[in-house]
Design a protein. Sequence first.
Length: 216
Amino acid sequence: MAGCSRSAPVTEERTQALPSSSAPAASRAEPAGRPVIVTFGDSLTAGVAGRSYPDDLQALLDKRGYQYSVDNQGVSGDTSTDGLARIDNVIAAHPALVILEFGGNDGLRGVPVASIRANLEAMIDRLRQANIPTVLLGITLPPNYGTDYVKTFTAMYPQIAKKYDLRFVPFLLINVYQHPEMMQPDGIHPNGAGNEVIAQDVLSLIEPLISGSGKK
């Protein structure tokens, strides 16, 4: 993934997806009939050194009386190509909603924006074919990746959101990246305090889609 550290970040190594990420929803230890929200992305979703934003999102949903179960299908180091390869796992969970977050690791590798966009759109198309609502989480890159590339990369997310009429966040870290106390020492990933803020932002994004359903 990519935050806004001014130095070139080290490319992440991809970790193996947890076995539960590929298991059908019925086989998980979730209450019967409880709708699933899948958080699907790279290390920003998977979490680094502590609680992830999906952990905090689950806590917020529970606190507000929403009977949803958050299934974290984030894998550190994943690119949009890896995400597309894993999309069947997401569909197999029969989620009520997917929170889609990919592209940062592609950007760190300098992958052409057209290729990243094609992968993101292919994932959205597959989810739409399965009648699964989706929201999109955007990200940006450090300025040293080049003005033109960063501008085109960052613009990709609102363009996709407009094309598919998706609710989206242009930059997932907007409320944390300028606060060192909310970031890991690498200046790229949020820490526990940062993920609490991100979870609040994501809940604000998705709440219009879940209000009136899944409540106690």
